[in-house]
Design a protein around this ligand. Sequence first.
Ligand SMILES: *Cc1c(COP(=O)(O)O)cnc(C)c1O
Length: 388
Amino acid sequence: MSSRYIPYGRHFLGPDDIQAVVDILNSDWLTQGPMVQQFEQAFASLCGVRYAVAVSSGTAALHLAALAAGFAPGDEVITSPITFVASANCVIYVGAKPVFADIDPKTGCIATDQILAQLTPATRGIIPVHFAGQPCDLAAINTIAREHDLIVIEDAAHALGSSYTVDGHHFKTGCCAHSDMTIFSLHPVKHIAAGEGGVITTNNKKLYDQLCLLRSHGIVKDPERLSANEGPWFYEMQVLGFNYRITDFQCALALSQLKKLDAFVTRRRDIARTYKKAFQDEAALGLIAQRPEVSSSFHIYVILALGLDRADLFNALRERGIGVNVHYIPVHLQPYYRNKFGYRAGDYPLAEEYYRHAITIPLYPAMTNDDVARVIESVRQSIKSLLQ
Ligand SMILES: *Cc1c(COP(=O)(O)O)cnc(C)c1O
């Protein structure tokens, strides 16, 4: 086996993906051309949702979703402490307060009963994060949201291609059957790559119109939606928006990658199955459980160092050329969050306990079986040498 460094994640581009970008570079449009809409339509149809809005990043998608949701100063929005900082930062962007609900330690996803415990009269929304690619309990979250008049924005940056079942009915993540909006990321480490990019899906026409408006400076050109019309040049800036547009060549890449999604997810699931088989009887390790109602698309694979020190195992794997990582440092413990909101160690004990043990091992579709075997062997050897 080679001793090449195996990263924790990486994109896969085929010659067809590269050609798709070259074709656009040779066309009349680099941005705001036909590929954006083509990609949006393909993405919406894949998710089984009415509308998809492509934007410049997953973070931009979260920001626009938080704005379209109407979150504002004085509001509280609940999300998971075990996520990338962007899931919570979007709440601060719009002047509202991010509040965390502790996780279900079995899945790493936000726990429904912990959401209930965090509700206050100021709560306006929930941003459940489908951690590692496993959908949260959306039916339960949707029930809470309806009872308390809350907006639900799914952060599905990890979960393109995943699905879940409610009362025997099958749902694809992003279909928004149990939420108002869902966001995705097209960062190369996620399921499909656009360089940078993000998508928001929704079934709500009003939200869709608002998202499109906010994506491009809040500027309206459609004569039917202008309050006045001084001529063919006329446009109005009706709300304060941004330039969060994605380019045509990025959408050409994303559209080409979308055709590979099934194969990507199938390979990710294969590798996850192999890891599970290899590690489930390893006494020093814990694994993330999969709820029977879901089918994860496995953005990452986390092992929990239980019978040994996490840092020791992490370092031993890095020394063997295995690109391990940690997902995530609990967001409430970041200095900015401590200083601004007064969060402290001990506030979310289950998230903190999970974090103390978590190690992400390599998982991406282009991993060879030899790569997978080398990761497994390296984990086993490292544990053995550390427990000696
Ligand atoms: C990657 C990620 C984001 C942000 O996406 P970008 O495209 O990198 O801006 C948001 N939430 C989660 C959970 C992520 O993993």
